[in-house]
Each structure stands twice: as structure tokens, then as C-alpha cells.
Ligand binder design. Structure first.
Ligand SMILES: [Fe+2]
Length: 361
């Protein structure tokens, strides 16, 4: 744990250098997609957080939301969705400090892709070093353009899928990790960095009347997004999201949450996003980390499909049914370990529920 934190601090120290490297971008905000990246990232695969009480976290994620516990020891809790055959898609490491995010994990297709990734990042002077990560194969820790830690691995211990163990399904029946959203202070820099890795833009939000990017939805696995960057004080982890089988699972998760005394943990929804078309509900875990349960994403594979633009003032991009999210949903997020967030470069605020109601006559 201490070693991971020290690595994160080491990487953060070189963040300014990385940002300078990425400042050579052109004024054109949307870039050509990269169909033959230097290495093959297949999907976002896991999130590593810290938690103050692992037993409380286990009760919330398994008894309330319905996730599967693969392993718990004195230092960590390893969780996964019902259909996942990987050892973990969510890791919670014990801490006595303020809860943070230790990193976002991605899978590459082969072990050789890891070596190609190391050479790629070394060639661009992007911080990248090998680390030991329990239950994973070789793992490469990288600092992305926002300053957030990301790690790549090509293999992980496998476990049985439980998608047909219907007697074990409860809560929201989360099936698999689908995406993460990160608040970032410079969306263009984040976008440029991930496009170079082969991530493809499916939808984006721009400030009205301009091409200034407020948010980008980027994918590798063929649906709307693996990672989203939204404008704000960052880098901070806004949320991570698990897919559920049916809309009814979202409602049942809310009912179970309320009946077990976790009503206050429901933060937003159910509702439907305009961007991505997801039916959603957001929860805050016992440490304040935000998790989304959702379904009904769409397929996004063919490279000739143009990214869909949304104006920032269009509230239906975040809530198709009308009322926008509270200010709290937009501004609260989890810090990355040892990475001090900075204010957003773009000064453009979304419409919050508070401002929406204040403007009603
Ligand atoms: Fe999401």
C-alpha cells in the first residue's frame, strides 16, 4: 500500500513535464481516430480505491448492490460482477486516511502489448513503470495527461462466472464493470492523450457556440465509453459504473437499498442520460465513492460513425427526462492518491438542479 502511494506521488511530480509535452496540440479540437495504435488496449477492467472499513464496504457492495466478493483479507477487498470471470473489477484497500482512488486499470490483449506500451510511453517521456499488483500478471503503471494513475495488464487470475447462479442474484445484480468517469481540468489534453492510445470518441459536449470541449466519451470495447472525461476540478474520479441486466434491476437496487437503511446512499435517479442512452441510478458508498448502475448502452464499433455533439446548455444530454442533476453530483468526486487537483481551464458550468429550479417562474 505504501509502495503504491509513493509511486503515485512520484508520478504526480512529473505531471507538469507531461502536460508540457501534450501542449503541442493543434487548435482543432477533434482529432483523427487511430485505428492502429502502438499497443492494443481492449477495455477498462478495474478500479482501485481505498476504504476505511472493509466490512462496511463489503456489506454495501455485496448485500445491498449485489456484487460478488472474490476475496477479503486484512488489507483488501476484491469484488467483481456476476458475469465477470476476472478475479476483480473493484479493489478496496484499507486506509486510515481520507479515501482516495489509487488507479484505473485497463486490459491489453497480449503480454507483448505491455512491452509495446512501455516503449510507446518511454518514447514520449510519459511516466511508466512496472509494479507488482496482486492477482494480476505483469502490470505497467502510467500517469495519464490529467495526472491520474492508470495501469495496464494483459492477464488476471480467473474465477467462475456466476451469471447463471440465479439464486445468488440480488440487489441490482451488477454484471460487469463498464466505464469510469474522471473530472479533468483540461479536457482537450485528456482527449488528445487517449486518442493517441486508440480510444475513439462516440459523443462529446462542447461549450455553446464554440469548439471548446467540456466532456468526451471515449471507447475501446465497442460501446459508448470505457472512460469519460468531464470538465471540472481534477483529476478526480467522478464515478465508476456496472451494467445490470434489466431496468427492473435498477428499481430493485433502490428498494433493497432503502429497506436496508441505505436510502441516503442513493444520490441520483433513476433516470435516463441523453448521452449514451443509459438508464441509470447513482449511489455513494460508505466512503463517498460514487458508483453508477445502468443498462441499455448501444453498440459503437464502425469507424465511419461520426461523434455526436451536445451543447453544454442542453440539459437533456445528462438527463433526458427533464430535471438536471444536483450541484453535488457535478462537483463532488474522489481524489487520486498524492495528486493535487487543479481548477478547470475551461470556465463553463453545467445547468444544475439548483439553478434550473431558481430560474423557474
Ligand atoms: Fe456513467
Amino acid at each position: 500500500m505504501k509502495r503504491v502511494l509513493s509511486l503515485a506521488k512520484d508520478h504526480a511530480g512529473r505531471h507538469a513535464h507531461l502536460i508540457r509535452i501534450l501542449k503541442d496540440r493543434t487548435p482543432m479540437p477533434l482529432r483523427e481516430i487511430v485505428l492502429d495504435p502502438a499497443f492494443n488496449t481492449t477495455r477498462v477492467s478495474h478500479v482501485i480505491l481505498t476504504a476505511r472499513d472493509l466490512d462496511a464496504s463489503r456489506r454495501f457492495y455485496t448485500d445491498v448492490l449485489g456484487m460478488v466478493m472474490t476475496k477479503q483479507d486484512d488489507d483488501a477487498l476484491y469484488l467483481r460482477g456476476l458475469e465477470e470471470a476476472c478475479h476483480h473489477s473493484l479493489v478496496l484497500r484499507r486506509t486510515g486516511d481520507a479515501p482516495v482512488c489509487l488507479g484505473i486499470g485497463y486490459r491489453v490483449l497480449t503480454d507483448a502489448d505491455l512491452d509495446r506500451a512501455k516503449a510507446f510511453f518511454d518514447g514520449k517521456s510519459v511516466p511508466a513503470k512496472w509494479i507488482d499488483a496482486p492477482h494480476q500478471g505483469r502490470t505497467l503503471l502510467v500517469t495519464d495527461a490529467t495526472g491520474a494513475p492508470m495501469e495496464f495488464c494483459a492477464s488476471m487470475e480467473t474465477v467462475p462466472r456466476l451469471m447463471q447462479a440465479f439464486d445468488k442474484h440480488h440487489g441490482g445484480s451488477p454484471q460487469r464493470l463498464d466505464h469510469v468517469q474522471i473530472a479533468a481540468s483540461d479536457i482537450q489534453a485528456a482527449y488528445d492523450f487517449y486518442v493517441a492510445l486508440g480510444f475513439r470518441l462516440t459523443e462529446y459536449t462542447a461549450k455553446d457556440g464554440s469548439d471548446e470541449l467540456w466532456g468526451v466519451w471515449l471507447q475501446r470495447k465497442g460501446n459508448p465509453h470505457d472512460v469519460v472525461f468531464s470538465n471540472g476540478r481534477g483529476p478526480r474520479l467522478h464515478h465508476f459504473a456496472y451494467a445490470v441486466p434489466e431496468a427492473g434491476n435498477l428499481i430493485h437496487a433502490c428498494d433493497v437499498s432503502a429497506s436496508m437503511g441505505y436510502a441516503a446512499n442513493m444520490e441520483r435517479g433513476p433516470g435516463r442520460h441523453g448521452i449514451g442512452n443509459a438508464l441509470f441510478v447513482y449511489f455513494r458508498d460508505p466512503d463517498g465513492h460514487r458508483i453508477e448502475l445502468f443498462n441499455t448502452h448501444y453498440q459503437a464499433i464502425d469507424p465511419d460513425e461520426e461523434p455526436l455533439r451536445w451543447d453544454l446548455s442542453n440539459t437533456s444530454r445528462s438527463q433526458l427526462w427533464g430535471l438536471p442533476a444536483t450541484r453535488r453530483w457535478f462537483v463532488e468526486a474522489t481524489q487520486f492518491a498524492g495528486v493535487e487537483p487543479s481548477d478547470a481551464v475551461l470556465r463553463a458550468d453545467p445547468v444544475t438542479l439548483e439553478t434550473f429550479l431558481a430560474n423557474q417562474t
